[in-house]
Design a protein around this ligand. Structure first.
Ligand code: C5P
Length: 230
Protein backbone atom coordinates (compact mmCIF):
# COMPACT_ATOMS: atom_id res chain seq x y z
CA UNK A 1 0.00 0.00 0.00
CA UNK A 2 0.96 3.63 -0.37
CA UNK A 3 1.99 5.98 2.43
CA UNK A 4 0.47 9.45 2.05
CA UNK A 5 1.24 12.51 4.16
CA UNK A 6 -1.44 15.02 5.13
CA UNK A 7 0.01 18.26 6.49
CA UNK A 8 -2.51 20.53 8.24
CA UNK A 9 -1.13 24.08 7.85
CA UNK A 10 -4.30 26.15 8.02
CA UNK A 11 -3.92 27.47 11.55
CA UNK A 12 -3.38 31.11 12.46
CA UNK A 13 -0.93 30.46 15.32
CA UNK A 14 -2.24 33.21 17.59
CA UNK A 15 -0.03 32.13 20.53
CA UNK A 16 3.09 33.16 18.59
CA UNK A 17 2.01 36.82 18.50
CA UNK A 18 3.73 37.14 15.11
CA UNK A 19 2.72 39.01 11.95
CA UNK A 20 2.03 35.77 10.10
CA UNK A 21 0.93 32.17 10.81
CA UNK A 22 3.75 30.28 12.55
CA UNK A 23 4.28 27.86 9.65
CA UNK A 24 5.52 30.82 7.60
CA UNK A 25 8.05 32.13 10.13
CA UNK A 26 11.75 31.91 9.21
CA UNK A 27 13.70 28.97 10.58
CA UNK A 28 17.30 28.15 9.67
CA UNK A 29 17.20 30.03 6.36
CA UNK A 30 13.78 28.79 5.21
CA UNK A 31 10.24 28.78 6.57
CA UNK A 32 8.90 26.29 9.10
CA UNK A 33 6.55 24.83 6.47
CA UNK A 34 9.32 24.38 3.88
CA UNK A 35 11.30 22.32 6.39
CA UNK A 36 8.26 20.20 7.22
CA UNK A 37 7.31 19.56 3.59
CA UNK A 38 10.89 18.68 2.75
CA UNK A 39 10.88 15.79 5.27
CA UNK A 40 8.12 14.08 3.29
CA UNK A 41 9.38 15.01 -0.18
CA UNK A 42 12.84 13.58 0.52
CA UNK A 43 11.66 10.39 2.24
CA UNK A 44 11.64 7.59 -0.37
CA UNK A 45 8.73 5.66 1.18
CA UNK A 46 6.26 8.56 1.15
CA UNK A 47 4.07 8.35 -1.97
CA UNK A 48 2.72 11.90 -2.00
CA UNK A 49 1.60 14.87 0.07
CA UNK A 50 -1.63 16.73 0.76
CA UNK A 51 -1.04 20.22 2.13
CA UNK A 52 -3.99 21.91 3.82
CA UNK A 53 -3.84 25.71 3.94
CA UNK A 54 -6.29 28.44 4.86
CA UNK A 55 -8.59 29.65 2.08
CA UNK A 56 -7.30 33.21 2.63
CA UNK A 57 -3.63 32.23 2.93
CA UNK A 58 -1.48 34.94 1.37
CA UNK A 59 1.86 33.35 2.20
CA UNK A 60 2.01 29.97 0.52
CA UNK A 61 2.51 31.39 -2.99
CA UNK A 62 5.89 32.84 -1.96
CA UNK A 63 7.35 29.53 -0.80
CA UNK A 64 9.97 27.66 -2.76
CA UNK A 65 8.39 24.22 -3.14
CA UNK A 66 10.11 21.59 -5.21
CA UNK A 67 7.58 18.77 -5.25
CA UNK A 68 9.21 15.56 -6.47
CA UNK A 69 6.04 13.52 -5.91
CA UNK A 70 2.28 14.18 -6.09
CA UNK A 71 1.24 17.29 -4.12
CA UNK A 72 -2.33 18.42 -3.58
CA UNK A 73 -3.04 21.78 -1.93
CA UNK A 74 -6.51 22.12 -0.41
CA UNK A 75 -8.43 24.55 1.80
CA UNK A 76 -8.56 24.04 5.56
CA UNK A 77 -11.46 24.32 8.00
CA UNK A 78 -12.32 26.00 11.30
CA UNK A 79 -10.49 23.51 13.55
CA UNK A 80 -7.49 21.30 12.89
CA UNK A 81 -9.74 18.22 12.61
CA UNK A 82 -11.80 19.88 9.84
CA UNK A 83 -8.59 20.70 7.99
CA UNK A 84 -7.41 17.10 8.28
CA UNK A 85 -10.78 15.81 7.07
CA UNK A 86 -10.54 18.05 3.99
CA UNK A 87 -7.10 16.60 3.27
CA UNK A 88 -8.32 13.04 3.66
CA UNK A 89 -11.21 13.81 1.30
CA UNK A 90 -8.77 14.53 -1.52
CA UNK A 91 -6.97 11.24 -0.94
CA UNK A 92 -10.28 9.33 -0.84
CA UNK A 93 -10.85 10.51 -4.43
CA UNK A 94 -7.42 9.49 -5.68
CA UNK A 95 -5.95 6.55 -3.75
CA UNK A 96 -6.95 3.25 -2.16
CA UNK A 97 -8.83 3.57 1.15
CA UNK A 98 -6.59 0.80 2.53
CA UNK A 99 -3.49 2.95 1.97
CA UNK A 100 -1.79 4.47 4.99
CA UNK A 101 -2.05 8.14 5.78
CA UNK A 102 0.38 10.01 8.03
CA UNK A 103 -1.06 13.22 9.47
CA UNK A 104 1.73 15.56 10.53
CA UNK A 105 1.50 19.11 11.93
CA UNK A 106 3.08 21.74 9.70
CA UNK A 107 4.40 23.23 12.96
CA UNK A 108 6.65 20.19 13.66
CA UNK A 109 9.67 20.77 11.40
CA UNK A 110 12.10 18.73 13.53
CA UNK A 111 10.70 15.28 12.77
CA UNK A 112 13.76 13.18 11.95
CA UNK A 113 14.10 10.69 9.09
CA UNK A 114 14.92 8.06 11.74
CA UNK A 115 11.66 8.61 13.62
CA UNK A 116 9.68 8.58 10.40
CA UNK A 117 11.35 5.30 9.39
CA UNK A 118 10.72 3.86 12.84
CA UNK A 119 7.02 4.74 12.63
CA UNK A 120 6.66 3.17 9.16
CA UNK A 121 8.61 0.04 10.14
CA UNK A 122 6.63 -0.45 13.34
CA UNK A 123 3.14 0.11 11.94
CA UNK A 124 3.04 -1.01 8.31
CA UNK A 125 1.53 -4.38 9.27
CA UNK A 126 -0.44 -3.14 12.28
CA UNK A 127 -4.21 -3.71 12.27
CA UNK A 128 -4.93 -0.23 13.68
CA UNK A 129 -1.99 2.17 13.30
CA UNK A 130 -0.56 4.54 15.86
CA UNK A 131 1.34 7.69 16.67
CA UNK A 132 4.79 8.96 17.50
CA UNK A 133 4.94 9.78 21.20
CA UNK A 134 7.40 10.12 24.03
CA UNK A 135 7.12 9.10 27.68
CA UNK A 136 6.50 11.85 30.22
CA UNK A 137 9.70 12.60 32.16
CA UNK A 138 8.43 15.07 34.78
CA UNK A 139 6.16 14.30 37.69
CA UNK A 140 2.60 15.20 36.75
CA UNK A 141 0.20 17.12 39.01
CA UNK A 142 -3.52 17.59 38.66
CA UNK A 143 -4.54 21.13 39.65
CA UNK A 144 -7.53 21.86 41.85
CA UNK A 145 -9.74 24.93 41.32
CA UNK A 146 -7.68 26.89 43.89
CA UNK A 147 -4.44 26.38 41.96
CA UNK A 148 -3.18 23.90 44.55
CA UNK A 149 -2.20 20.34 43.81
CA UNK A 150 -5.23 18.07 43.95
CA UNK A 151 -3.36 14.90 43.04
CA UNK A 152 -0.09 13.49 41.79
CA UNK A 153 -0.75 11.55 38.59
CA UNK A 154 1.03 8.28 37.88
CA UNK A 155 3.66 9.27 35.32
CA UNK A 156 4.48 5.69 34.40
CA UNK A 157 1.53 5.36 32.06
CA UNK A 158 1.66 8.88 30.60
CA UNK A 159 2.91 9.75 27.11
CA UNK A 160 3.07 12.98 25.12
CA UNK A 161 1.28 12.59 21.79
CA UNK A 162 3.19 13.81 18.74
CA UNK A 163 2.69 13.50 15.02
CA UNK A 164 2.84 11.85 12.50
CA UNK A 165 -0.27 9.89 13.41
CA UNK A 166 -0.59 6.97 11.02
CA UNK A 167 -3.82 5.15 10.15
CA UNK A 168 -5.56 3.49 7.20
CA UNK A 169 -7.09 6.25 5.07
CA UNK A 170 -10.65 4.91 5.01
CA UNK A 171 -10.73 4.03 8.70
CA UNK A 172 -9.41 7.43 9.76
CA UNK A 173 -11.76 9.34 7.48
CA UNK A 174 -14.72 7.44 8.89
CA UNK A 175 -13.60 7.85 12.50
CA UNK A 176 -13.06 11.61 12.14
CA UNK A 177 -16.36 12.15 10.34
CA UNK A 178 -18.21 10.13 12.97
CA UNK A 179 -16.54 11.91 15.89
CA UNK A 180 -17.38 15.33 14.43
CA UNK A 181 -20.97 14.28 13.73
CA UNK A 182 -21.28 13.25 17.37
CA UNK A 183 -19.70 16.49 18.66
CA UNK A 184 -16.87 14.52 20.24
CA UNK A 185 -13.87 16.73 21.04
CA UNK A 186 -11.20 15.64 18.54
CA UNK A 187 -7.76 16.75 19.74
CA UNK A 188 -5.77 14.51 17.42
CA UNK A 189 -6.40 11.71 14.93
CA UNK A 190 -5.80 9.04 17.58
CA UNK A 191 -8.58 10.49 19.75
CA UNK A 192 -11.05 9.94 16.90
CA UNK A 193 -9.82 6.37 16.41
CA UNK A 194 -10.13 5.75 20.16
CA UNK A 195 -13.68 7.12 20.05
CA UNK A 196 -14.35 4.56 17.30
CA UNK A 197 -13.23 1.78 19.66
CA UNK A 198 -9.67 1.29 18.40
CA UNK A 199 -6.44 1.23 20.41
CA UNK A 200 -3.67 2.99 18.44
CA UNK A 201 -0.08 1.98 19.21
CA UNK A 202 2.30 4.39 20.97
CA UNK A 203 5.54 4.40 18.98
CA UNK A 204 8.39 5.99 20.91
CA UNK A 205 10.08 8.84 19.11
CA UNK A 206 12.46 11.67 19.96
CA UNK A 207 11.33 14.51 22.26
CA UNK A 208 12.95 16.83 19.71
CA UNK A 209 9.84 16.52 17.52
CA UNK A 210 8.44 19.69 19.09
CA UNK A 211 5.46 21.70 17.91
CA UNK A 212 6.32 25.34 17.32
CA UNK A 213 3.91 27.17 19.61
CA UNK A 214 5.75 30.01 21.34
CA UNK A 215 8.49 32.34 20.03
CA UNK A 216 11.30 30.57 21.94
CA UNK A 217 10.39 27.29 20.22
CA UNK A 218 11.94 28.67 17.00
CA UNK A 219 15.41 28.93 18.56
CA UNK A 220 15.10 25.43 19.93
CA UNK A 221 13.96 24.09 16.56
CA UNK A 222 16.89 25.81 14.82
CA UNK A 223 19.25 24.15 17.26
CA UNK A 224 17.70 20.71 16.74
CA UNK A 225 17.82 21.10 12.95
CA UNK A 226 21.48 22.13 13.07
CA UNK A 227 22.26 18.99 15.05
CA UNK A 228 20.39 16.75 12.58
CA UNK A 229 22.65 17.80 9.73
CA UNK A 230 25.89 16.85 11.46
O1 C5P B 1 -2.68 25.33 16.72
P1 C5P B 1 -1.93 24.03 16.74
O2 C5P B 1 -0.48 24.20 17.05
O3 C5P B 1 -2.58 22.98 17.56
O4 C5P B 1 -2.02 23.51 15.23
C1 C5P B 1 -1.44 22.29 14.84
C2 C5P B 1 -1.40 22.22 13.33
O5 C5P B 1 -2.72 22.22 12.79
C3 C5P B 1 -0.69 23.42 12.71
O6 C5P B 1 0.20 22.94 11.71
C4 C5P B 1 -1.83 24.28 12.16
O7 C5P B 1 -1.47 25.03 11.01
C5 C5P B 1 -2.86 23.23 11.80
N1 C5P B 1 -4.25 23.74 11.80
C6 C5P B 1 -5.05 23.61 10.66
N2 C5P B 1 -6.32 24.10 10.64
C7 C5P B 1 -6.84 24.72 11.71
C8 C5P B 1 -6.06 24.86 12.89
C9 C5P B 1 -4.77 24.36 12.91
O8 C5P B 1 -4.59 23.04 9.66
N3 C5P B 1 -8.09 25.20 11.63
Amino acid sequence: PGFWAVIPAAGVGRRMGADRPKQYLPLAGRTVLEHTLDIFFRHPRISGVVLVISADDGWFKDLDIKANKPLWVVDGGTERCHSVLNGLGVLMNHVDSQDWVLVHDAARPCLSDEDLDHLLDTLHNDPVGGILATPVRDTKKRAGPDGRIAATVDRGAMWRAFTPQMFRLGALEQALAQALAEDFLVTDEASAMEHAGQAPLLVEGSARNIKITQPEDLSLAAFYLSRQQT
